[in-house]
Design a protein around this ligand. Structure first.
Ligand code: SF4
Ligand code: SF4
Length: 455
């Protein structure tokens, strides 16, 4: 039996998640590539025949604008990622971007980069796009093209990245880890940084959904090796390029074991660290279906008949995914549950159970002692190890100039930055945040500035 929101007992762990910080919006199933691991089964002839992939219709331009109005109403500070398929194949993409930017949403575009010309890079910037995310899977063009299934894709993406750099549009390079590239991850990171001038390099871990369910070339222990080399790369580029693991919340375990002083551990704090699905993050499918994560083909409602707010607050799906204490298997009894939670999409893709343990993780709960965790909590600010779901206190005062400075921080990370600045001040006995204090904190941060305001 499913309880209605009113009948359902209040879940203290869900109370803090008032709205999403990041919304990933798949605008279309159309694509000019046919990548073998595509989670949306986009481009070419559909391979996935299940009901949750059956409706491949797209919202019209007017419906998209209504969704934008809805986002502005409910989560105006959210980072909105317009992606696909290939979103640049939508004829109305500039119309959608322009409308969203005019309404002051922070818009980035997730593209395969193939269609980006010098002119388009300039236009995207002019219309208000804040940045792009491009995919690159190997240094050998033929390997990348084989993975993406289109000859010439590598060269087009690399050219696209160069056009973006020339236009001054920041971009992220994303790489999917697999047997085809596990031996050259360091070189790919180097290429992204030196040749392409990327500000961020994200390494994605396979989620077996969409066409990704037909691909499986690395064992969990191989992925552990990939995580270990990622930690090394992350350390190497500290302060120069942001390096992150995506779809691998259990990376926190690697950091705790391999580099317990890592400042990147702080990224796992925030009340529900690790997997952000349904707590900080949500996805919208081309037809308006709403999911806690784009890799998760289960839906809390559709925006043609519901609102973002209703789905986020009231749907059973979004309520349930926040109940980490009810996770199954090892994730259910794991000491890292509040800072990891396992990838819910992978659990669903491999077992059909959204709340099952993440099968890619090799952690045996209990490996970290309570004392180790406590000490780490003190050193890293991972307070949520002990207080998942609670809100942070805001007892620190802000000087007017410091408060004004915070307005320049992208809205979707502002809350996190404020929390971390205040926690730093509290720890150091500072009663008021000043501009000087903000400068000092910024200088110690391990990551460079990623997205600034467009000039
Ligand atoms: S067992 Fe689950 S919660 Fe624990 S580290 Fe692994 S994926 Fe994360
Ligand atoms: S379910 Fe969580 S960890 Fe997995 S891809 Fe989605 S947001 Fe990332």
């Amino acid at each position: 039996m499913t309880l209605s929101p009113l009948e359902r007992p209040t879940n203290p762990a869900t109370a803090a998640f008032a709205r999403p910080y990041v919304i990933s919006w798949n605008l279309t199933y159309r694509c000019n590539l046919a990548c073998e691991h595509c989670y949306l089964d986009a481009g070419g002839k559909p391979l996935v025949q299940t009901a949750n992939f059956a409706d491949r219709s797209e919202l019209t331009t007017d419906q998209c604008k209504k969704v934008i109005d809805d986002i502005c109403e409910f989560a105006p500070e959210a980072l909105v990622i317009l992606t696909g398929g290939e979103p640049l194949l939508r004829r109305d993409i500039l119309d959608i971007v322009r409308y969203a930017a005019k309404r002051e949403l922070w818009v980035v575009v997730g593209s395969n980069g193939v269609r980006i010309t010098e002119n388009l890079a300039r236009i995207l910037k002019g219309e208000g796009v804040r940045g792009l995310a491009l995919s690159l899977d190997a240094l050998d063009p033929s390997v990348h093209d084989g993975f993406r299934r289109v000859r010439g894709a590598w060269q087009n993406t690399v050219d696209g990245a160069k056009h973006l750099a020339a236009a001054g549009l920041p971009f992220i390079i994303q790489t999917t880890a697999g047997a085809h590239n596990r031996g050259e991850l360091e070189e790919i990171a180097e290429f992204a940084y030196t040749e392409l001038e990327a500000r961020v390099w994200n390494l994605y871990f396979l989620v077996p959904t969409g066409r990704g369910q037909f691909v499986s070339d690395l064992a969990p222990s191989d992925y552990d090796e990939v995580l270990a080399s990622l930690e090394k790369i992350q350390r190497e580029y500290r302060g120069r390029m942001v390096v992150n693991a995506k779809c691998a919340p259990h990376y926190v375990r690697q950091l705790l074991a391999g580099d317990p002083e890592s400042p990147f551990l702080k990224a796992f704090d925030g009340g529900a660290g690790g997997c952000p699905a349904g707590t900080h993050y949500m996805g919208i499918r081309p037809n308006g279906d709403v999911t806690p994560c784009p890799y998760l083909p289960v839906f809390g409602g559709n925006l043609k008949s519901s609102t973002l707010s209703a789905v986020w607050k009231d749907s059973d799906l979004f309520q349930d995914i926040r109940r980490r204490k009810e996770l199954g298997g090892r994730c259910g009894s794991c000491e890292l549950q509040s800072v990891c939670g396992g990838c819910r999409a992978r659990a669903y893709g491999m077992t059909g159970d959204l709340m099952a343990e993440d099968p890619l993780c090799t952690h045996e709960p209990g490996a970290f002692s309570p004392r180790q965790l406590e000490a780490l909590g003190d050193r890293t600010g991972l307070a949520s190890l002990s207080r998942y779901g609670e809100d942070s206190s805001t007892s620190i005062a802000w000087a007017p100039e410091a408060r004004a400075r915070m307005k320049r921080v992208p809205a979707f990370v502002r809350g996190m930055v404020v929390r971390s600045v205040e926690s730093h001040c509290r720890k150091n006995g500072i009663a008021t945040v000043t501009v000087e204090e903000l400068d000092a904190i910024r200088a110690r941060m391990p990551t460079p500035k990623v997205f600034g305001r467009p000039s």
